[in-house]
Write a protein that binds this ligand. Structure first.
Ligand code: SAH
Length: 350
C-alpha cells in the first residue's frame, strides 16, 4: 500500500509536474485513514478521548449546560466530525443524557474502517461523508477533536522571484519540496508580503470551509460548536506540516499513505471566519485552562475516591490532558455559538 502510494505520486509528478502540498496531503491522508484505525498505543497516535473518559464526559456536560441555558431547544442534533473510535461521542452522550439531553447522533466520517468501529460504539448513529447531508431542522451541538489538523494545508513560500506555492516535486526517486512557477504575491496578506526570502505562509482552505459552513448552520439552526486541536490562537508564519507514525515524528515525504499528515490549526483565522457568518465566537483557550474550568481536577479526585486502586492512573490521565508540558498548552479549544445562545463555561467573557 505504502509503496503504491509513493509510486502513484512519482508517476503523477513525472507525467504532469510538481503537485501542490494540499493535493499531496489530501490524497495521502485519504489513503491513510481509509485503510486503518490509527488510534491507540498500538497505532500511530493517542487522542484525548482515548486517554481518559473524563474528556468526553466534560464535553457532554458542557454541551448539556449550553443546551439547558439556551432553553432546551427541541430536536437537538449531536454532530461530530471525524469521531475516530466513537469514544468521545459515547462518553459525551452518556453524560448529556443525565441532564435530559438525548440528541440524534450524526457522524461525519470518511473512513469505512473507522465507521465500522464507530458503529459498534454508537449503533444509533447516522453517518455522513460531509456536512452537506446533516439535517437542518434542529440546533446543532457539534464537536470536532483532532479533525481540522488532518485537513490539507496550502503553503506559499517567498523566493527570490517573489511568492510561490510550495509544491512537491521529484529529486531522482525521492519526493522533495519545490517552488511553483506561478507568482502568488497577490495571495499573501499585505502585512506579510515583505517578509524575508524563505518565509512560509500556511493556510488551510479546507478547515476554513468547514468552519464557514458550521458557523452558517449555527446562525441558521441554532446551537454551539467546539473545535479542539493543536494549533495557535495568534497569527504566525512558518510551516507546521508534519507526519506522525508509531508515536514519532517522521519525514512527511518519505512514506505517503502510511503516516498521519497534519498541520497546526490556525485558530486566529478560523475565529474570524466564524464571526463573518454571524456566529458568536466564544473564545479560543488552552485545553488545560478549559478542562480546569470545567472541573477536571474535582472529577479526577471523585473518581479516585471511588476507585482508590486506580488513583495513580487517573492522576496521570488528568495531567496528560492539562499539564502545560503535555497537551494542556499546545491544544486549544475554540467555542462557537448561535446568536442568542449563552456564553460557554471556560471561555472568557469580554
Ligand atoms: N476525533 C477522534 C479521531 C481523530 S483522528 C479522536 O479524538 O479520537 C481524525 C478523524 O477524522 C478520523 O476519524 C478520520 O477518519 C477523520 N477524517 C480525517 N479526514 C477526514 C475528512 N476529510 N472527512 C471526514 N473525516 C475525516
Amino acid at each position: 500500500m505504502s509503496g503504491d502510494t509513493l509510486d502513484t505520486f512519482r508517476r503523477l509528478i513525472r507525467n504532469t509536474g510538481p503537485i501542490s502540498l494540499a493535493h499531496y496531503m489530501g490524497e495521502s491522508n485519504a489513503r491513510y485513514y481509509a485503510a486503518r484505525d490509527p488510534l491507540g498505543a498500538a497505532g500511530d497516535f493517542v487522542t484525548a478521548p482515548e486517554i481518559s473518559q473524563m474528556f468526553g464526559e466534560l464535553i457532554g456536560l458542557w454541551l448539556a449546560d449550553m443546551w439547558l441555558r439556551a432553553g432546551r431547544a427541541e430536536n437537538p442534533l449531536y454532530v461530530e466530525l471525524g469521531p475516530g473510535r466513537g469514544t468521545l461521542a459515547r462518553d459525551a452522550l452518556r453524560t448529556a443524557a443525565r441532564y435530559g439531553l438525548t440528541p440524534q447522533v450524526h457522524l461525519v466520517e470518511a473512513s469505512t474502517e473507522l465507521r465500522a468501529v464507530q458503529q459498534a460504539a454508537l449503533p444509533q448513529a447516522i453517518w455522513h461523508h460531509d456536512l452537506a447531508t446533516v439535517p437542518t431542522d434542529g440546533p446543532v451541538l457539534l464537536v470536532a477533536n483532532e479533525f481540522l489538523d488532518a485537513l490539507p494545508v496550502r503553503q506559499l513560500v517567498r523566493t527570490d522571484g517573489g511568492w510561490r506555492e510550495r509544491m512537491i516535486g521529484l529529486d531522482g526517486e525521492a519526493l522533495c519540496y519545490v517552488a511553483g512557477q506561478q507568482p502568488f504575491d497577490s495571495a499573501v496578506p499585505d502585512t506579510l508580503r515583505s517578509e524575508p526570502v524563505g518565509t512560509i505562509v500556511e493556510t488551510s482552505p479546507a478547515a476554513a470551509a468547514i468552519v464557514y459552513e458550521v458557523a452558517g448552520r449555527l446562525a441558521q439552526q441554532g446551537g454551539t460548536a467546539l473545535f479542539i486541536d493543536y494549533g495557535h490562537a495568534e497569527p504566525r508564519t512558518g510551516s507546521t506540516f508534519q507526519a506522525i507514525s508509531a508515536h514519532r515524528k517522521v519525514d512527511p515525504l518519505a512514506m505517503p499513505g502510511t503516516a498521519d499528515l497534519t498541520a497546526h490549526v490556525d485558530f486566529a483565522t478560523l475565529g474570524r471566519i466564524a464571526q463573518s457568518r454571524e456566529a458568536r465566537w466564544l473564545g479560543t483557550v488552552t485545553q488545560g485552562d478549559w478542562l480546569r474550568a470545567l472541573g477536571i481536577e474535582t472529577r479526577a479526585d471523585n473518581l479516585a475516591h471511588r476507585a482508590p486502586h486506580y488513583a495513580a492512573d487517573l492522576a496521570a490521565q488528568r495531567d496528560r490532558l492539562i499539564a502545560s508540558d503535555q497537551m494542556g498548552e499546545l491544544f486549544k479549544v475554540m467555542g462557537l455559538a448561535a446568536p442568542g445562545w449563552p456564553d460557554g463555561v471556560g471561555f472568557p467573557v469580554d
